[in-house]
Design a protein around this ligand. Structure first.
Ligand code: ATP
Length: 276
């Protein structure tokens, strides 16, 4: 496990734009070392943009940080190149997998180790660990990545990021497009990776899955954090249940509220929107 006193990821009052498009406004969040933190939000909320700002890949997409700071492990990430961020221990798994379809599974994994400054022995150990987590990647090592199923490609994308031995994994909608069983398997693996000491910042539209995995979560709406709190509290909040967990049984919800004397069990969540 990583040292709990080690500083994790700190995003402070971050604003990002793509030319005239303001994608993030005053976003503040924290991923303490060793934790799993989720960011929930619908299409276009700014989830991918947040990860790009942390991994310093915004410039590849025509975006830029306009104000605010990102720190990881006590070091300012702003000003670092994307490969320096990887060397500092932060790896992003992009939305939609983006494996190198024509390359073999083994070469995809080798490519993941290119950004790390680890020794050959460290890289071999990372590969063993990836194969333990995802035995299918060992079985299919010589197969072209494009022939894997969607779930297996997601495993490869996560495995590729793990080859750089990250301290913090940035996961962009790992469950997107996967059948429920495969999404559950990916979730189990994320839990295992975290148990081995890797912190995780997970952005997801699948709020149910994200809230099961995370200790804390943030809700991002149109570029701003509107709610944050402990994942179990958010999972119990009416607003999150209605908007992100698809709970439509309002009668049952109000019955439950009446049974507890109205609002006794409704957690109070910090609301940041407009407060900063
Ligand atoms: P999704 O779940 O649909 O991927 P998201 O929450 O990840 O959404 P972002 O992709 O971060 O959201 O987009 C946030 C905003 O920034 C949106 O208004 C989007 O149109 C805009 N945006 C994203 N990428 C670019 C880009 N390369 N150029 C211009 N605008 C962009």
């Amino acid at each position: 496990m990583s040292d709990a006193r080690e500083p994790g990821l700190l995003v402070d009052d971050l604003s990002v734009g793509y030319g005239p498009v303001r994608a993030l406004r005053g976003v503040t969040l924290e991923v303490p070392s060793g934790s799993v933190v989720a960011v929930l939000g619908g299409n276009g909320a700014g989830k991918t943009t947040l990860l790009r700002a942390v991994s310093r890949t915004l410039g590849f997409h025509g975006g830029a940080v306009t104000s605010g700071t990102v720190d990881f492990g006590g070091r300012r990430v702003g000003g670092m190149s994307a490969d320096r961020v990887v060397a500092a221990g932060v790896c992003q798994v992009p939305e939609g997998r983006r494996v190198f379809a024509r390359m073999t599974v083994a070469d995809n994994l080798r490519a993941g180790a290119l950004g790390s400054h680890g020794s050959r022995a460290a890289k071999a150990a990372a590969l063993r660990r990836v194969h333990e987590l995802f035995p299918v990647l060992a079985d299919r090592a010589q197969q072209r990545a494009g022939l894997l199923s969607g779930g297996e490609q997601q495993m490869l994308a996560v495995g590729r990021a793990l080859m750089a031995a990250p301290k913090l994994l940035l996961l962009d909608e790992p469950s997107l497009g996967l059948a429920p069983l495969m999404a559950t398997r990916i979730a189990d693996t994320i839990r295992e990776i975290n148990a081995q000491g890797v912190s995780v910042l997970l952005v997801e539209q699948n709020a149910a899955l994200a809230l099961r995995l995370a200790s804390h979560a943030y809700v991002l709406e149109v570029g701003e954090i509107t709610l944050h709190g402990r994942a179990d509290e958010l999972a119990g909040s009416d607003e999150v249940r209605r908007r992100y967990l698809g709970v439509v049984d309002e009668t049952a919800a109000s019955d439950a509220a009446a049974a507890t004397g109205g609002s006794a069990h409704t957690p109070t969540l910090s609301r940041w929107g407009g407060a900063r």
